[in-house]
Design a protein around this ligand. Structure first.
Ligand SMILES: CCCCCCCCCCC/C=C/C(=O)SCCNC(=O)CCNC(=O)[C@H](O)C(C)(C)COP(=O)(O)OP(=O)(O)OC[C@H]1O[C@@H](n2cnc3c(N)ncnc32)[C@H](O)[C@@H]1OP(=O)(O)O
Length: 281
């Protein structure tokens, strides 16, 4: 039989962390009642490829956390090897046109919500983060990565033109010259390289330690007026958000045109096949 001691300990633990009522299917949201920090966990096995549904759930989670006045938001993954593999290439290869439109619109919505989030945001990058995975991480204000991970915006290697928000994210984090070179070369960085150029702020030896470091970053704002903080953040990011708004329709149409091109489809098919072949050999 369970002792009253262990029962009370369990009840105490249960009261510290609670799952948000509207936690969605492909993202789990947990709020620490002690710190007020919400953790969003990407949960689309096997590699958190960003499809319409995951992007939809992620957007809902970010908005819910923002509206519930949490103290901060941490983004992480349920997979212990991959933070996110980026956009689900199956959504771009031989796509249903309406769904492709929805995919891009949802990606844009997520970027707007995360980059412009009023709360302090941090990413505990507990696995590889290529392309869209890197986009999510660099939309946050602070990043901690685990050893032996790879991170970067490699779109150009797939023949894709990095959209404008990729540029904003890199310019916000890296010196201009480094950002430009990384994007035009489609560089994927190791953990050590990412730390050295400043693409990430810190390295942690485990997911738990990465989450702890993210919480510590968010706690640095405990004494700061939240409105003053969010307005100051907006002063830094507002011009990017405005330029994005003015170009979002054009970027959507360019994306649709781009993936409609026969050569693009052929390249995406070869790339996808290469990823699958890796597992067959
Ligand atoms: C102004 C606009 C103009 C035009 C705009 C053009 C469009 C620009 C778009 C820009 C924004 C974002 C783009 C993207 O995100 S594109 C996606 C790029 N992602 C990648 O290149 C990552 C590829 N994957 C990997 O490197 C590895 O899979 C990874 C390191 C993530 C994990 O490695 P691991 O060994 O753990 O796992 P596997 O490789 O075995 O993968 C498991 C299965 O998942 C499949 N897979 C992997 N990645 C993807 C993906 N991105 N989409 C769909 N499927 C993916 C892989 O094939 C395996 O499948 P099988 O189990 O069937 O073999």
């Amino acid at each position: 039989m369970m002792s009253s001691m262990s029962l009370s300990r369990m009840l105490r633990a249960a009261s510290v962390c609670r799952t948000m009522s509207t936690a969605t299917k492909l993202t789990a949201v947990e709020v620490n009642d002690k710190t007020g920090i919400a953790t969003v966990t990407l949960s689309r096995p096997p590699i958190n490829a960003l499809n319409v549904e995951l992007l939809h759930d992620l957007y809902q989670s970010i908005k819910e956390i923002e509206n519930n006045k949490s103290r901060g938001l941490i983004l992480t993954s349920s997979n212990d090897k991959v933070f996110s593999a980026g956009l689900d290439i199956n959504e771009m290869y031989r796509p249903d046109k309406d769904r492709a439109r929805l995919l891009w619109t949802k990606l844009q919505d997520v970027w707007l919500a995360l980059y412009g989030c009023a709360l302090p945001t941090a990413a505990a990058i507990n696995g590889h983060a290529p392309a869209g995975g890197c986009l999510l991480a660099t939309s946050c204000e602070y990043r901690v990565i685990l050893p032996q991970c790879r991170i970067g915006l490699n779109e150009i290697q797939l023949g894709l033109v990095p959209p404008i928000f990729c540029m904003f994210n890199f310019l916000n984090v890296l010196p201009r010259r480094v950002a430009e070179r990384a994007l035009v070369q489609g560089r994927i960085f190791t953990t050590e390289q990412a730390l050295q150029i400043g693409l990430v702020d810190d390295v942690a030896s485990s997911k738990e330690k990465a989450l702890e470091k993210c919480s510590q970053f968010i706690a640095t704002f405990a004494q700061t007026n939240p409105l003053a903080r969010s307005l100051t953040k907006l002063k830094f990011r507002g011009a990017d958000l405005q330029r994005f708004e003015s170009e979002r329709t054009n970027e959507l149409e360019s994306f649709l045109e781009f993936i409609d091109h026969p050569q693009m489809q052929e390249d995406l098919g070869i790339y996808l096949e290469g990823l699958k072949k890796k597992n067959r050999n």
